[in-house]
Design a protein around this ligand. Sequence first.
Ligand code: IMP
Ligand code: MG
Length: 436
Amino acid sequence: MTSRYRVEYALKTHRRDQFIEWIKGLLAVPFVLYSQPTGIFDETNGFNISQSSEEAHRRYAEIMRDIEVMVDDHITHQLDASRVPSKLKLLVPTIGNFFTRLPLEAAFKFQDRKRYISSRRFVSPSFNDVRLILNTAQLMAVTTHGTLRLATFDGDVTLYDDGESLEPSSPVVPRIIDLLRKNVKVGIVTAAGYTTADRYYARLHGLLDAIASSTALTPQQRQGIIIMGGEANYLFEFSPSSPHLLASVPRERWLTPEMAAWSDAGIAALLDIAEAALRDCVKNLNLPATIMRKDRAVGVVPRDPSLRIPRESLEETVLVVQKTLELSTRGRDFENQVVPFCAFNGGRDVFVDIGDKSWGVSVCQAWFGSDDSNGTGAGAGRIRPEQTLHVGDQFLSAGSNDFKARSVSTTAWIASPAETVELLDELADFMGKKLS
Ligand code: IMP
Ligand code: MG
């Protein structure tokens, strides 16, 4: 029984997004009932392709509207914690909280025009169709129904390919500058943890140089971008006069009171346990890798860039180190709370970082929340979750660092830098429509 549970857990649960799978299952029913695969060889019996796709479209849209109503009901329940769970919570037990309602019917119609979902007769609505519909609904919600004030972006896979950097020719660059021009603040919230500006400049130079030379931005808008590295450990602000266009901001200017309570001893103890667990994995799984210990992180990286650690070994390592840390009683702060950490599979490596992106995005919300966003840091106000959008690629629950941002902001889940570009175009479109 135990081992069966472990197999189910290790192989399935953390690799499924239950909400998306559930929506996919609901859409599969009209797909089976109304799509007409025989139409390609049988044009008799008054069969009409456009009628069948219209019918599928109508049924899919109805389902999305029903889910939209269920999300509204769930939001009412989450506002009143003492009430019984919502129907959605009973149907999808892992569902979290929503910061905005989701216009799913309109988002479906938008994506159907782009992806011809209802015209397909052999391929049912897929995981990616549903993921993109949810992204569109979230963009509609933060623009048409609200006001977006902060967009945060993950680095690897979101802004550039894994391990690469943001080059001047990247189509993401003008789109991020456009956000700044519209006074939307930008945070690059990456796990990549470096203590010096030159390393971040190396990864982000295409964007930083473009901001420095842009004639479209006012000096104040140029200060609308910050880099939050190591999940929530190193903050850099834009600084036109600094050698790498970035200036490191001392921790005392931006740590939230909770973060300031994480003791150095607690952090070191947690990283020691993580390091020991990672060393065991390198040995037991015979990984072609070395341990990289930093002041706020510890990782397993390939011994040589040409070597690849198998995906299964990366996942096993994440789950081992995560469980070991969860069960350990050391690594506590002054209040005797366990210092938060994030263990994740980075695609080629595994890292355990102190803190996670929920803290990183939260710091951005506080930094830009005060009216004079150019320096006083965690001031009076903070940008609210429903005014924030985090864009990232890692959202499957175990060891996915962008997933953590969901507790403090709305999110969009992309699968490649090309999808980020499409998403930013959609966003600009919705923002433009709102203005006109
Ligand atoms: P992200 O996608 O921007 O969050 O970057 C994740 C990648 O950054 C990881 O897969 C690592 O390859 C790299 N990285 C470099 N330094 C660190 C660190 O200190 N912690 C976590 N990841 C790091
Ligand atoms: Mg990433």
